[in-house]
Design a protein around this ligand. Sequence first.
Ligand code: PNW
Length: 481
Amino acid sequence: MGSTSTLPPDFLWGFATASYQIEGAVNEDGRGPSIWDTFCKIPGKIAGGATGDVACDSYHRTHEDIALLKTCGAQAYRFSISWSRVIPLGGRNDPINPKGLQHYVKFVDDLLEAGITPLITLFHWDVPDELEKRYGGPLNKEEFVADFVRYARVVFEAMGSKVKHWITFNEPWCSSVLGYNVGQFAPGRTSDRTKSPVGDGSREPWIVGHSLLVAHGAAVKVYRDEFKARDGGEIGITLNGDWAEPWDPENPADVEACDRKIEFAISWFADPIYHGKYPDSMVKQLGDRLPTWSPEDIALVHGSNDFYGMNHYCANYIKARTGEPDLNDTAGNLEILLSNKKGEWVGPETQSPWLRPSAIGFRKLLKWLSDRYGRPKIYVTENGTSLKGENDLPLDQLLDDEFRTQYFRDYIDAMADAYTLDGVNVRAYMGWSLLDNFEWAEGYETRFGVTYVDYENDQKRIPKKSAKTIGEIFNRYIQKA
Ligand code: PNW
């Protein structure tokens, strides 16, 4: 397997990051706070009491990051813009912060000068805190959509002539479910009163997901109406989702539950975009808690992807639940497990409790998405792994990250097979991540970088083995033009 597979000559590869995870400089040059600044201040929410106050200090080290990209041979860099750096209060009538905007314009110029293609994510979970306070952020669709559209237009105006690949939202599933049901991510709302005094996990995630979809569609319309003809770029959304295997392949209920799991995680967003409606499985389980589509809103959303942005890390075993679903269930009335009926693990353990690698699952999910959505152009916008205990290793061992290197070999193999053997139109791949960084609720204890960041010593960066190897892997696969 793998040996005869290839990737096309124009295949684009590089690395991804997100603003709050790497930038630091949270109070600098007029940036306003986002919901993550606020959430990190609540005791007990983040491992080790960590915050993104300094993170990798990338706001001050754009040149170091570009040098790293060049050392790895990366052709592309996916990063996100902090909305509250550009518009500190966030709203459509609030002032623009020229210094914040200029930071990103300059960064794009520097990337282009270094020969690196920028892919920009407009939103990677960091709602301006003022909008959360003003009207509840994406719980208020009308306000949120209007404010997001204005922010998107400001960014397109400033950088549209230079940036050809735009991602509206990163992983709306995470914002909706982890932010409004589990309460593990900002703004931390949940029905669980031991975790939060506010929130309704049975309703809010579905409302938030709907708002994010409409905001995506509205921003795409602005791009297509006002910029695309002049700038010739493309725009899409990035969705996360893992592959699903039945816990007991002999049990039809478990087999059926696998599709339902992917529908609740991915098709929740992808079906409206590609098919103009929510999946039947979700309508059936959620009833009137799932918002219905007005003709105006679905017209914005249906057909709104120029490419499908795919974040993918791992696979799960799925066991159907019997009986009525819990009101707070967001998964499709099933259990998500890491081992099957025979007691076999889906993959080796990592530092992230939810992540056990299974490269064959990547190939299968690529095919599943390709079939369900009419063979869209797919950009893999994140893929990568943490390592069990990496943070505790002596430096020489930490830098020799063979486990991560093998993960990339296996996953890129699987992707090349999907392209070559299964006819999947996958055209780009961004490894997660260029740098060890602020891993949300897990703080700095979990590392995902191909570059080690020494948080104790002036955020010094040292490339790991994986940083040096990934380019060789792509060189083998990408056909010479
Ligand atoms: C993605 N889960 O998030 C994000 O886009 C990145 O910002 C993040 O650093 C990366 O994956 C690694 O975690 C996820 O619990 C976070 O299933 C959590 C989950 C999935 C994706």
